[in-house]
Every structure is written in C-alpha cells, then in structure tokens.
Design a binder for this molecule. Sequence first.
Ligand code: ATP
Ligand code: MG
Length: 785
Amino acid sequence: MSHAPASPGDAAADKSKDGRPSNFIRAIIEEDLRTGKHQGRVATRFPPEPNGYLHIGHAKSICLNFGLAGEYGGTCHLRFDDTNPTTEDMEYVASIQNDIRWLGFDWQDHLYFASDYFDELYASAEHLIKKGKAYVDSLSEEEIRTYRGTVTEPGKPSPYRDRSVEENLDLFRKMRAGDFADGEHVLRAKIDMAAANMKMRDPLLYRIRHAHHYRTGETWCIYPMYDFAHCLSDSIENITHSICTLEFENNRDIYDWVIAECDRENVPHQYEFARLKLNYTVMSKRKFLRLVNEKLVSGWDDPRMPTIAGMRRRGYTAEAIRDLCERVGVAKANSTVDFTKLEFCVRNDLNPKVPRVLAIQNPLKVVIDNYPEDKVEMLDASLYPHDVPLEGSRELPFSREIYIDRDDFREDPPKKFFRLAPGREVRLRHAYIIKCEKVVKDPESGEITALHCTYDAATLGTNPTDRKVKGTIHWVSAKHAVPAEIRLYDRLLAVEHPDQEEGDFLDMLNPDSLEVVQGFVEPAIAGDADGTRYQFERLGYFIRDVGDSTPDKPVYNRIVGLRDSWAKISGETKAKPAAPSKPAPSKVEKATPAPAEPKRDPLADKTPELAAKFTAYRDDHGLSEEDADLLTADPARVRFFEAALATHDNAKAIANWINNELARELKDRPLSQLPFGPTELAELVALIDADTISNKIARDVFAVLAEKGGKPADIVAKRGLTQVSDTAELERILAQIAADHPDEVARYKAGEKKLTGFFVGKMMKATGGKANPKVINRLVAEKLG
Ligand code: ATP
Ligand code: MG
C-alpha cells in the first residue's frame, strides 16, 4: 500500500518568522545587527562532546543555534568539543551528525573539531605564561580544591603561584613533552584567589592525561580544559554568539578573561539559556551510557530512550521535536516540561499525515455463522477521516472468520458498555453490524476462545432504521491477517522528577515500560516499507520498526496512544483533584471508548444537577455520551460550555474543542486560569464554521490564545491566516503544481486516485496550510480528473 507522501504538516514547521514568539537571544542579535557589533554577521555553533548520543535536550540547542543562524542569514558550525580523550569515540561523531541531519539542519562546510586547534591552543597557553597570566601548579587535585576556599571564605594562593615565567615555560614544555605523570602538574590561569566568582580563583587550563585520543592518537599528553578550549575555539571560528546552557553562567567571566588575555582579535560573547528537562526522564549522556552498558535498554536507540535516535526509532517525527522546542521557547529560568507536551506535538504532527488502518493487539476469534464459508468481500475503506485533507483508500478483505480485540467483548457488560456482549450488536469499522450469539470457552480453563456471531447483510455502509447500534470496533479478517509483533512503550522512569529523589535513577525505572504482544495487522500494509507510520484505529499511532521487522513478520512500535492516559493514571495514584476527570477522547472514534478505557458509569459520580445536564447534552444537543460526560465533570465546565454555546450555536464542535484541545491545555489547572474565556472559544469555532480558517489553522490560533489570550479574529487577521477559499487563486496554484508534476498528473488521469493526497498536500504546502481542504479536494477532482 502506498499513500501520499506530501504533508501539510510541513507547512507549520516553516511558519513565518512573525508567527514565532520572540526571545531574549533574538533581541540581543537584533540589537547587535542594528549597532553593527559583528559587522552584521551572525555565527553560532553547536558544540557537542562526542561522548554519547544526542538527546532531546540537545535538540533544543540545535534548533536554537541552527534556527537563529538560518533566520538571520548567518552560519551555524558543528564543532566537536573533543578535548577529553578518555570518553570520546568516532561512533558518537557519526551518530551526532546523523541526528542533526535528521532533525533537518545542515552545517554545510562548517564542520570542526576542537582537537584540530590543539596547536593553536597550546600557543595561546604559552602566550599567557609569557604575559605572567598563567603558571604551572604542582599541588595535587585534592590540595587545589582545599586551597580554593568556599563561597564565604576567600581561597589562598598556591605556594607555586609565583614561579617565574622561565620556570613556568620550562615546566609547561616538559609537561607537553611527557616528562611527568598524570596529576603531577597543571597549568592554571593567574586571576584572583579571592574572587567572589569561585570559577575565577585561578581556574585550571591544562592537565596531564597520558591517554589515546580518538583523533590525535598519542600526539598529546596534555589536554586543555573546557574553560580554555571552548572560548578560544569560538574565537578561532569567528563565532559571534556563543549560546550555552545556564549552568555555564559563572563560566562567562573566564570566557571573557581568556579571550581578552590571549589578545584575540575576534571577540565572541556567551549567552545562557535554560536547559530542556522532561519529567519521567533523565537527560544526561552519562546516565544513558549506564542504561546501555547495563543492558537495561536495547541500545542508544531503544525507543524508550530520550535520545534523538531512540525517539526516531519510536516513530517520533523531526517536525514534532522541532515543534516542541519551539513551544518550549528560550527562557532564562530552568523548568521541567511535561512529557505529555511532547506527546501532544507528536500526535499533532501525525494526525493530519498518517493513514488509519486496522490492527489487533489481543486477538479473539469471531465466526460469523451466516456468512458464506468461502466468500471474501473486498471493501473499499478510506484511509483518512473527513477532517484530514488527504484522500485515499485501500481494499479491506472481509470474510466469515475475523479477529477482534479481546477488550471489545464483555461477557457481563457494565451498563454503558457499547461494544460486543452476548445478544448485543456492534458495528465493525468499514463493514457490517454483527450480533453475538454464542460464547465458546475452553472447558478446562474457562477462557473464552471464540465468539459466534451473525451479521446483518443490510448494514454495509448504512445504519438500520429500526434500532440504534452505538459502538464501532476494529477487526481484521482471520485468513488475511498478517501476524505482527506489537511493542507497547511507556515512560522509562516511574517517578516524575528523578533528580529530586534520593538514590540511583536505575532503581526508578518503570518496570512496565515495554510490553510485547503478538497481534495481527490488515494485509494492505504488509508490504509497506520499514519506517512507515499509521494510526491503528482506536489503538494509537504506530511505526513499522526499522531494525527488527522482517518481510514475514513486521514489528510495530507504538509511537503514542490516541490520548493522554498517563495523566489519568498518575493523577489517580497521587489522588490529585480529578479535573479533567477523564482523558480527552480521540477525535477519530469518539463513539466508542478504546479498549484500554476502564468501564465507568457516567452518572455514578455526578450530583443530580450535573446528571440532569449530562442527559440534556446527550439527548437535546445530540452529544456523544463521552462528550456529555466530560462536559459535566464539574459545574465550571458546564458554565464554560453553556456560555460558549450562547455565543455560537454548534454544540458538537464546541464540546469537541473543550474536551480535546482545551482539556489538554488545562491538564490540572482550573478553567479560571485560562487567558481567554468561553466567548473566544466560541468565536474560534465560528471562524471554522464560516470556512474562514481550517481546523489545522484553528489549532495554531488556539495555541496563541492559550498562551496570551486575545480575540481569535484579530489573531487570524494579524498573522494572515485566513483560509484561502478563493477558487480562482487556488486554481492558479493548482495549475502551477500540475505543471511542475506532469508524471503525477498523468498517473492521476490514468485512474490513480490516491494521488489526490499528493496534490492536496502540495496545495497545502504552497499556501502555508491555508487552503480550504474542501475546495482543493473538489478542484483536484475537477481540474485534473
Ligand atoms: P550531557 O550532560 O547529556 O552529557 P552535555 O551538556 O555535557 O550534556 P554536550 O555535548 O557538552 O552535552 O552539549 C552540547 C551542547 O548542547 C551544549 O551547548 C549544551 O549546553 C547543550 N545541551 C546539553 N544538554 C542540553 C539540554 N538539556 N537542553 C538544552 N541544551 C542542552
Ligand atoms: Mg558536556
């Protein structure tokens, strides 16, 4: 099966500059450009130490450094900060380059290694010695520490501090020549042993290490310290803005001191921003190395690892990671980002891009007794829901024996269980309504081994008029099903803030971070390439694993579930106030809770007033039980919903926004903390209903609302987001795209209708995601068909 590669999601990633919130570093750069500080140049760098794989924290630094260079027409260097011979390795150099490229960035010909500057750095060290600004100290490391003093007490000078320039030069040259053992001497800057900034109390510049360096081999046995090498490397490369994380704030004084005392012509400046931290995660190469070495994960690219390689294998997209970095922004204060925010970005990116297909995680055989034994029907099943501007379908075989997910059957169903149960009916997605007639059990274990059902031949694609069947479940035809291994991933750590806990983080691992099940997928996707992503309907987003899949037996990694189930679980164990009381429902199959959903009677925990509202919303406004339930979780929501409804009368859409985007945004916060109110939400929905903006753009507008409030119409106008519905304009764009892609046009004309998605995607991209999907779908059919 193939499907449209073009993705309107790309358009969001290259969103125009003015759509982005500004930050203090941009402000500094703009001021420098205005005053001509670096002759109008902007040169940044990303300086990883090749001692491990990159993680999502590095992604933030990469997005920032490469992003700024791109924005201001500058350059961003990739420099390996490889001054520590014992931990560095070529494998890491290769992986780091690969990860940066995958994230979508390019250093062009600016690839550098600090180790290439060893000669120049050495010369600068001699320069300092000759100026009387550096000396060889012969205290032990331990003594140096005690001599340094404390925050409240000044340090005291080393007895070797006043060595003559000649003696220092002689000793330093001997250090280089290999005359001394590790630790016998160090080179120190001569600054001020009483400095308030402890880092300025004669910092170490060079130390002896008789070790093999992965690039310079045995050439050197003295290695420069970070504080000496980093600033000089920046200066050597003509960097203008040297951006690093907050923990280097106190190193800035040394940075400036070294540049000045070495009489460097190019004077770069250091600026610090907050590290990215995620909850339920550690963020350090050293810690990851332990996980890898102790075989607690399958490797650096284990899908549970917060490494870029792990996230890629898990199925996260570069767009989603970049989006997270953009949303987190650049701040001066450290904070922890909720993992659910990353998952939100992933869903947000995948939702409009990936096809919906059927798979079974926990198979239960169903025999449809009144369906002819050898008959197979090929159903034409759409791959995308209506609110996704892509089109395409595949053939879905239906036959007498199928598999459903075990959780979709209950022998003794609770009151509001709308899936299959003895004597009950349910709709099979894209197919018929079936009714459960008989349950077959293993006589010994009592386990249910199969169900016997009948189907209603009149219900393919239409609903019966004499009765209402509420649930829809997923299934696959047993004889066509392709066996698949399905890997269900969860948080790597069981505790939210590992850094704040006592003890070793290895003791905090989540024992359920990986569950492997043997399931089935529908045959249409059997031949897809490794790395293809899908939504398995009602189960979540999945990727065909790159690494362990074989042609006979594909392996699928769960990228992310359809909704945030973790917030609920962790909320329950911590007995937090339950608002929202339930995770937001998936947009796709709202009618039927996904299998993992615990059974629950929506009326059981409601006051009589809220129960009355629930019934009214369901029966008078036609909302699904789930939507009605969520809206009546507390009186504040009821008031919000009703106030919005008073402004714009579209109950279903408003309910959908409150229960999905808004619930995600709020998490545990009360509604009163929102920077906007029900009127604004209603106005946003009204803009969609008037076809002024698409759903996708509405989500962007919503993000702005959630961040700083405002009026939806103003945000749309100010950012030029109005949906393009002007047919003439769209026709012109389509004609251009058609002219650029004659092959695709020919194939489309020859009947390859799934290429609609290709053209729609291109149109979306060309209009920055602003084209009205309904209009383009129609135009493509009319103009190219
Ligand atoms: P780790 O502790 O994981 O080894 P590091 O800071 O030692 O990280 P480097 O290879 O020295 O890793 O980092 C390269 C660049 O990435 C540095 O500029 C550093 O400031 C930045 N960086 C590292 N971790 C983060 C993070 N969590 N958030 C943002 N930037 C980061
Ligand atoms: Mg480091």
